[in-house]
Ligand binder design. Structure first.
Ligand SMILES: Nc1nc2c(c(=O)[nH]1)N[C@H]1C(S)=C(S)[C@@H](COP(=O)(O)OP(=O)(O)OC[C@H]3O[C@@H](n4cnc5c(N)ncnc54)[C@H](O)[C@@H]3O)O[C@H]1N2
Ligand code: MOO
Length: 467
């Protein structure tokens, strides 16, 4: 089955579940335009598709200019040039065991009963610079990571020896420094060894001039480790975008503060800041700006100095206190999208002290804000980071139960659980844009295409993975 089997319908003009109790979402004017493909709505009537809006937003942003950052500051960033190694790894032949550096011929035929007895001429610790020369019949105690001394061809682990105790017993550990004969005396070795055994050769991991990481590599812990191992302290990357997240609404109080009548805890600034960090940004949360246009304008002007991107939530609809519209209406264009939730969106570019700063104004309903972030803000952050793939991974799966909630003419994004093993997509909770409980259970967004009003169980559907 395919999602072509989703049932098509005419826009009934309701924000299904999305705006119950908030004006009930009457949309008659726009719906009429959408239902008739011959009509070409213009001006205030025009509605944009998700893809059109996303393309417009992405067209206005570019990757941030590269910077030299210290390794740990560059975690999660993408490199901008091929990085080659100026050094070999390992930098010198060294021991992979605590034991004795030996010449192979000296151990020929060694057994438990007839061990080879070698004279110790030195003790080589990791970091040793001056090395003893190992001649015939001689050996040196050596530690893991210590340079193989000249003359030695292999290392025997201490467990193959008596560690210089003279007891004839295999050692289980090395005598601590100073506690037993170390640089002198004899050691019994109970078996032969092959040339090169327990030796890690110079350059066997990385050779001088070898390509380490191609341009565009995301720096995770292992890549940072490799750069450190090859002596890099700085790396040229596109920096994390600095994203200022601010929520508007006079009803908002910070979580932890008792809520008074009509008040709610501000959750959007937390969810969106976390989402921005998750996308790779350096995010700053500015919570609860009251519904006063002058105040909001002031806060935004203050924040511009530290922002590569500003994300607001709330105040973009048609209410009397839709403060983002009031404060930024000149510089930001507000539009309605053919999606649910997330219909009202604002986007524009402000002038910051260091250049243009894009601003995305998301709707205030918490699920609308989060889904809008996933669809529009996350790709912007990824694009600023220099990623070539900016979108979340999409999968297809079999719908386990019917969906009947989708408004015609809108692409609906439902919270869902994707089971990779079973290849199924199960809606979680309702379509309401205030239903945060189910959002926290979901690992995917089920996409119900614009022209479908319902989808039968068993239909193959599209889902956007959230992790
Ligand atoms: N007459 C109409 N009313 C509404 C329409 C419409 O087309 N005509 N659209 C509805 C849709 S769809 C949405 S979405 C919302 C968007 O409204 P705003 O962006 O102006 O958001 P607010 O009114 O400020 O808040 C909406 C809702 O979300 C809660 N909220 C806001 N901020 C936060 C926050 N930081 N943390 C938690 N919750 C928050 C707020 O209390 C409201 O309940 O408009 C519909 N109305
Ligand atoms: O339903 Mo609104 O579209 O909740 O974002």
């Amino acid at each position: 089955m395919t999602d072509l089997q989703q049932h098509h319908g005419h826009d009934n003009g309701h924000d299904h579940g999305g705006s119950q109790g908030q004006g009930s979402g009457h949309d008659h004017g726009h719906a009429a335009g959408l239902a008739d493909p011959c009509a070409a709505p213009t001006g205030a009537q025009r509605q944009w598709s998700v893809d059109e809006h996303r393309a417009d937003v992405l067209a206005a942003v570019s990757p941030l200019p590269p910077l030299e950052l210290q390794l740990l500051e560059a975690q999660g960033c993408l490199t901008v040039e091929d990085i080659v190694s100026a050094v070999a790894l390992p930098p010198f032949d060294n021991s992979s065991m605590d034991g004795y550096a030996v010449r192979v011929a000296d151990l020929a035929g060694a057994t438990k009963d007839y061990p080879s007895v070698l004279t110790m001429v030195g003790d080589v610790a990791a970091g040793a610079a001056a090395l003893p020369v190992i001649g015939p019949g001689q050996c040196a105690r050596i530690m893991t990571g210590a340079p193989l001394p000249p003359g030695a061809e292999a290392v025997v682990p201490v467990e193959w020896t008596d560690a210089g105790t003279g007891t004839g017993e295999a050692a289980t550990t090395m005598a601590p420094q100073g506690a037993a004969p170390v640089e002198s005396g004899e050691v019994r070795i109970f078996q032969p060894v092959e040339s090169g055994a327990f030796v890690r050769r110079r350059g066997e991991d990385i050779s001088v001039g070898q390509a380490l990481l191609p341009a565009g590599t995301r720096l995770g812990p292992t890549q940072i480790g490799l750069l450190a191992a090859t002596g890099h302290d700085m790396v040229r990357v596109r920096p994390r975008p600095r994203v200022v997240v601010l929520s508007t609404g006079s009803e908002l109080v910070p979580p932890g503060t008792p809520v008074g009548p009509g008040q709610i805890s501000d959750s959007n600034s937390f969810a969106l800041t976390a989402a921005a960090r998750d996308a790779g940004a350096l995010a700053y949360r500015v919570g609860g700006v009251p519904d006063e246009a002058d105040r909001l304008r002031e806060v935004i002007d203050d924040q511009l100095i530290r922002a590569d991107l500003i994300v607001t939530s709330g105040g973009v609809s048609v209410g009397a206190y839709d403060v983002v519209k009031e404060a930024l209406g000149e510089q930001i264009s507000f539009r309605k999208l053919r999606m649910q939730p997330g219909k009202p969106q604002g986007f524009g570019v402000l002038e910051g002290s260091d250049g243009p700063v894009p601003l995305l104004a998301l709707p205030g309903n918490p699920v609308s804000a989060y889904i809008s972030f996933e669809l529009f803000v996350r790709p912007v952050i990824r694009a600023m980071l220099g990623a070539t793939e900016v979108h979340r991974r999409e999968v297809r799966g079999s719908l386990t139960e019917p969906v009947t909630s989708s408004p015609a003419g809108r692409r609906q994004f439902l919270r869902a659980a994707y089971d990779a093993e079973a290849g199924t997509v199960t809606p979680v909770g309702g379509a309401g844009s205030h239903l945060l409980g189910a959002l926290a259970q979901a690992n995917a967004l089920l996409v119900v295409e614009e022209d479908a009003v319902s989808v039968e169980a068993g239909t193959e559907v599209r889902a956007i993975l959230l992790d």
